[in-house]
Ligand binder design. Structure first.
Ligand SMILES: Nc1nc2c(ncn2[C@@H]2O[C@H](COP(=O)(O)OP(=O)(O)OP(=O)(O)O)[C@@H](O)[C@H]2O)c(=O)[nH]1
Length: 824
């Protein structure tokens, strides 16, 4: 602690210059009156001067100042007193003047203080009293100190001016006492205690203490969005407030800061980056809003996800590499899709197919001019519409196969629509150019009608004439596919996690569920974990379209994957997971969601109206064909179901009791027996003993390998459940010419005009448009002899059992009733 020279001079009642020279004499570096003197020196000087100037000395002039005339003798002329060097004695006038000045200053200070606190006027009036008393008991030297101290702060520790402001209204009284006993203790302060100077931080982030630290506390709020706790704050970030927001004790936060080599006290502020780090450590996100700027975007999990996706997209762009095109062959049944693929792959797939029909989507990859092309072999039958639609959505290029002799057919148009809907590039392969009725121009004409005019007709559709069976035009077609791929600039990032689409799945007896997939992005490797809806796989092994084991599948490569938890749906998307555990978790979540959806669908309130009740009764009385379906692969199963869904009837309905892939088992038989169902197998076999068991339980098993045959047969089975329709077959007709009485009644003498009349056959008597009677031909006579049959142009006598009311001109029609299978 120190004191300025001019303050010390006043305290010692010395002239500034004198004190300066005294200090210089003693070797103290005093440059100006504002230079400081340390406390020890100052006190030593005070004591020295006090010792040299005993108390009566200064008091005397005061007394004499008050009564100068009465005590002149006692007045000592300072000039005549011998003082030690450096010691000065004030004159009486000086002392009086100083006193007056001090009194004035004290009065002004008190007035200011009382004005601030609005004190009653009385204490103010009392102020002069202590001042007046002061001379009665003057302290040796510091007598004037209190008065001087108010405006000048003689000691550095107390903060004199604010003191009265924080005292109760009785402040003037202590003020009055202040001269006698100046408070040595530090005064309470309005400010937070000044922190000790912070140790020098190793790193920069600790900022100097901020005056508004306390206020900052209120500017920190904690909210929770989507399970994430967010601290909203405005800098400065004060350690104490931040600790509160984090739910920590300040000292804990300080120690954590120290661990980060940051030394900060409670009232110091810390860097935003440091705060963000600490926030993250304790599970908080920071929303730092700087003054005068809009709120910083809050990073919610959704936003974090979007950011992640954006990053992934950027990463993708960086690593994009050309990939093979995925081509889908579409077209009408028998227009040669399989033959075309066969020609392309130079392998005879068509020959191995039942009924010459592709039954499910297969995917293959070929190489042409050193470049790879992936083909999806889509089924041609209408039943596969769904799958084909899915197939089209995986593809880049759709090749529409149109037989040159048939031209566009319904399924060609359907396929065209799928290609258009999927917004894929499309080209036309006009197949069977070798057959007799091939008419390329007619196909081109049809293309133009469908707004897909061929290139050579001024349109944009690449059109390639081919003869698949002879392998003609295949090279040109592949060239065109690659050209189209170049135009499309097909690229994918092989350096990321694999994702793609399931083309088909099936259950293999030895290997469990397996699925043909196409990787669309990234590279799939053996050991990877993938998830596809409610199913997941840890890729145990992968095979290419040739059945070769492979270790990794880059984009656009079709592969068979083993290691699935179940059979994923064809057309479903798959994505990679961190590991098998996560994949399982994701699959479980998807499964739960699926269950919830099903339950909520079931939970839809039932219609209990009377109409609904009658409809229900009618429904229970309605005939139902129950079916247990078994198929080789899921793709086919779906297609068969599609066919069955297409069978519509108001008289009989079809219910699929169970459907699965695999062989027909004894269990299926038992299930069918209980459910009174038939078993329909598609491209599948039976377990040993199934036939005998089915016979025992009276269960029908029918197997099919051609899907439209399956559809037709099921239609028949459904119709068989209905009562047969009765059909009238007219045998002949006769005209009544005369009526003859006989013993038992009357006989009609007739001329057979058409067909024949048979004895025992059913006949009807008509008069004009009216039908009079229907009964059996009991008597049929040719002249007097009985006849079994009388043909057209001959006369005969006819009598129907139980009828005698014939008239000439009536017509007798002979017919038989035939039972025919009811129509759906
Ligand atoms: N003459 C001739 N016959 C062909 C040609 N291409 C295919 N075919 C015949 O047409 C028939 C149907 O051929 P597929 O390749 O099975 O036809 P698809 O379109 O795959 O038929 P689905 O699988 O039922 O949809 C077969 O008998 C083939 O031999 C061709 O270029 N010329």
């Amino acid at each position: 602690m120190s004191i300025r020279i001019h303050e010390l001079a006043k305290k010692l009642s010395m002239d500034n210059k004198d004190l300066m020279s005294l200090l210089k004499e003693r070797g103290y570096p005093a440059k100006s009156v504002s230079s400081t003197v340390d406390n020890i020196t100052a006190e030593a000087l005070e004591q020295e001067i006090a010792a040299k100037n005993p108390p009566p000395a200064p008091a005397a002039p005061e007394v004499h100042a008050a009564e100068p005339a009465s005590t002149p003798a006692t007045v000592l002329e300072p000039s005549k007193v011998k003082l030690p060097a450096g010691v000065f004695v004030k004159s009486a006038q000086d002392i009086l003047r100083e006193k007056e000045e001090a009194a004035k200053a004290a009065a002004a200070a008190r007035a200011a203080a009382s004005a601030a606190l609005n004190p009653p006027p009385a204490p103010v009036a009392a102020v002069p009293a202590p001042a007046a008393k002061a001379p009665l008991a003057p302290p040796p030297v510091p007598a004037p100190r209190p008065f001087v101290s108010a405006p000048m702060a003689p000691r550095p520790a107390p903060a004199p001016l604010p003191v009265p402001a924080y005292r109760p209204p009785v402040a003037p009284a202590p003020m009055a006492k202040a001269p006698v006993a100046p408070p040595p203790m530090p005064m309470p302060s309005a400010r937070p205690p000044m922190p000790p100077p912070a140790p020098v931080a190793k790193t920069a982030p600790v900022l100097p203490p901020t005056p508004g630290a306390a206020a900052a506390a209120s500017s920190m709020t904690v909210t929770e969005e989507g399970g994430v706790k967010i601290i909203h704050l405005k800098p400065p970030i004060i350690v104490r407030d931040f600790a509160v927001a984090l739910g920590l004790k300040p000292f804990k936060l300080i120690s954590e800061l120290m661990e980060m080599s940051i030394f900060a006290s409670m009232n110091q502020s810390i860097d935003e980056a440091v705060a963000t780090k600490l926030g993250e450590k304790h599970g908080f996100l920071l929303d730092i809003k700087h003054r005068g700027e809009a709120a910083a975007p809050v990073v919610t999990p959704e936003k974090a996800k979007i950011n992640k996706e954006e990053k992934a997209r950027e990463e993708d762009l960086k690593n994009l590499a050309p990939r093979p095109p995925v081509v889908c062959i579409l077209g009408h049944v028998d227009h040669g899709k399989t033959s075309l693929l066969d020609a392309i792959r130079k392998a005879n797939v068509a020959a191995g197919e039942a009924g010459g029909i592709t039954q499910h989507i297969g995917a293959y990859q070929i190489e042409h001019n050193g470049r790879k092309v992936t083909f999806l072999d889509t089924p041609g039958h209408a039943a596969f519409t769904k799958m084909r639609a899915r197939g089209a959505s995986v593809t880049d290029i759709a090749v529409l196969v149109v037989a040159a002799d048939d031209g566009f057919m319904p399924q060609t148009d359907e396929a065209l629509q799928h290609a258009k809907d999927a917004a894929v590039a499309m080209m036309v392969a006009v197949n069977k150019m070798d057959v007799k009725g091939a008419n390329l121009d007619r196909v081109k004409q049809q293309m133009q009608e469908r707004q897909i005019a061929p290139e050579d007709w001024g349109g944009e559709t690449v059109t390639v004439p081919v003869a698949a069976i002879k392998g003609q035009g295949i090279t040109e077609l592949l060239d065109m596919i690659l050209l189209q791929a170049d135009v499309l600039e097909l690229k994918a990032n092989p350096k990321t996690e694999a994702s793609g689409v399931v083309i088909e799945s099936q259950v293999d007896v030895g290997r469990g569920p397996l699925a043909t997939i196409i990787v669309q992005r990234g590279t799939l490797r053996v050991g990877d974990a993938i998830v596809c809806g409610p199913h997941y796989a840890k890729v145990r092994a992968m095979y290419d379209d040739q059945g070769n084991t492979i270790k990794e599948a880059p984009p656009a490569m079709p592969v068979r994957v083993i290691g699935w938890s179940g059979s994923p749906d064809s057309g479903a998307k798959f994505v990679s997971a961190k590991n098998a555990r996560e994949a399982e978790k994701l699959a479980e979540e998807a499964s739960d969601l699926l269950k919830k959806t099903t339950i909520s669908e079931d939970a839809v309130p039932k219609d209990n109206s009377l109409e609904a009740l009658f409809a229900n009764i009618a429904a229970t009385q309605a005939k139902v064909l129950r079916v247990v379906l078994k198929s080789d692969v899921f793709g086919s199963l779906e297609a068969v179901k599609n066919v069955l869904e297409g069978i519509k009837s108001t008289k009989v309905s079809l219910s699929i009791v169970a459907s699965d892939v695999g062989v027909i088992s004894k269990n299926d038989v038992l299930m069918a027996s209980t459910g009174k169902a038939v078993i329909i197998g598609f491209n599948t076999k039976q377990e040993n003993g199934v036939t005998a068991l089915a016979k025992h339980h009276g269960v029908t098993i029918e197997n099919f390998s051609i899907i439209y045959e399956l559809g037709d047969r099921l239609r028949e089975m459904m119709a068989d459940l209905l009562d047969p329709d009765l059909k009238e077959n007219k045998l002949g007709g006769a005209e009544v010419r005369q009526v003859f009485p006989v013993a038992k009644g009357f006989v009609a003498g007739c001329l057979v005009t058409e067909g024949k009349i048979n004895r025992g056959a059913t006949a009807r008597v008509r008069r004009g448009k009216e039908s009079l009677y229907e009964g059996k031909v009991g008597t049929l006579r040719r002249f007097k002899d009985d006849a079994n049959e009388v043909r057209a142009g001959l006369e005969c006598g006819i009598r129907l059992d139980g009828f005698d009311g014939y008239q000439p001109g009536d017509r007798i029609e002979c017919f038989e009733i035939q039972k025919v299978r009811a129509s759906l």
